[in-house]
Design a binder for this molecule. Structure first.
Ligand code: R2B
Ligand code: URA
Length: 298
């Protein structure tokens, strides 16, 4: 089987003798000779990302045990010096926090893509393990994203570049979705897993049609109409990164998947009930853990 490292889509990088991955606090002193980075990160096959540092530490510990990683010491945050994101490495997996929304995720994802490029990682897969609001599904359901919609209900990601609107497609590869569903689920798990479309918004409150933010200029009826419109488009969950994540990984041509657990059914309300949060947040760990186990057998 032939393996590939990722090709970035930036010709300017060719002319940079060194590169400082500022928010990760990782220095690449010589971009043409990245032996040290390859030594530290070259074995990485899976890049798990998720909102908070604590959840990524828990995931790292969980995966360390599951994958039988020999080093049993507490994972160390390798990017602590950057003071922005946390990065833990357990064997061939790194678990990295990305904050809330695509603006914070964008910063770390650009740097992670450069990191795996400099490290010459072979066939890396990027995953997001997150939380979301569901639409018409039982709270606790795990949703694996197919097409990612933005807050304008378009299956694309829109971003301002050089003062212009740039629109990019936002789909996740079918092969990854298929494998996550095939290997990540067991009938006795006690929760549902589905693949469906996801809306990624730039705002938790008004952007997701909530009526419990500091500002709301629409009626409860308008909100329900909007949520039903989402449902009609096959959208079963709402979070804040999917369209950005799909668009960047699709543009680079790197495999990726977005796996989120629904904390509430938005057709029933807006407030997130924290009671079951911890139990629910563990569900994508099970799914992703089994998927990674299978992946590493190949
Ligand atoms: C889900 O949860 C966060 C907001 O609470 C955000 O990162 C997301 O996508
Ligand atoms: N995360 C979101 O973005 N929305 C929700 O409703 C819950 C979690």
């Amino acid at each position: 089987m032939s393996h590939n490292s990722i090709q970035l889509k930036n010709p300017h990088l060719e002319g940079m003798p060194s590169d400082y991955l500022y928010h990760l606090a990782i220095n690449v002193p010589d971009t043409k000779n990245t032996g040290d980075i390859q030594k530290q990160f070259g074995d990485v096959r899976v890049i798990c990302t998720g909102g908070t540092a604590i959840r990524m530490l828990e995931l790292a510990k969980y995966l360390g045990k599951l994958l039988g990683v020999e080093d049993t010491s507490e994972p160390v945050d390798l990017c602590a010096k950057g003071h922005r994101y946390a990065l833990y490495k357990v064997g061939p997996v790194i678990c990295v926090s990305h904050g809330v929304g695509s603006s914070t995720f964008s910063v770390v994802l650009h740097e992670l893509l450069k990191l795996v490029h400099y490290a010459k990682c072979q066939d890396p897969i990027f995953l997001r393990i997150g939380t979301c609001g569901g639409i018409g599904v039982t709270p606790g359901t795990v949703v694996v994203t197919k097409d990612a919609f933005n807050g304008l209900l378009r299956n694309e990601h829109e971003i301002a570049i050089l003062g212009e609107r740039v629109v990019r497609p936002a789909q996740f590869p079918e092969s990854v979705i298929k494998d996550i569903l095939a290997y990540g689920v067991r009938p006795d798990d006690g929760f549902q897993i589905i693949s469906a479309n996801t809306m990624g918004t730039d705002c938790f409150y008004e952007g997701q049609g909530r009526t419990d933010g500091a500002i709301c200029e629409y009626t409860a009826e308008d909100k329900m109409k909007f949520l039903h419109k989402c449902h009609d488009l096959g959208i079963r969950n709402i979070e804040m990164e999917a369209s950005f994540f799909a668009s960047i990984t699709q543009k680079i041509g790197v495999k990726a998947g977005d796996i989120c657990v629904t904390l509430l059914n938005r057709l029933d309300g807006d407030q997130v009930n924290a009671e079951k949060k911890e139990e629910f947040e563990h569900r994508p760990f099970l799914v992703v853990g089994r998927y990674i186990q299978q992946l590493l057998k190949k």
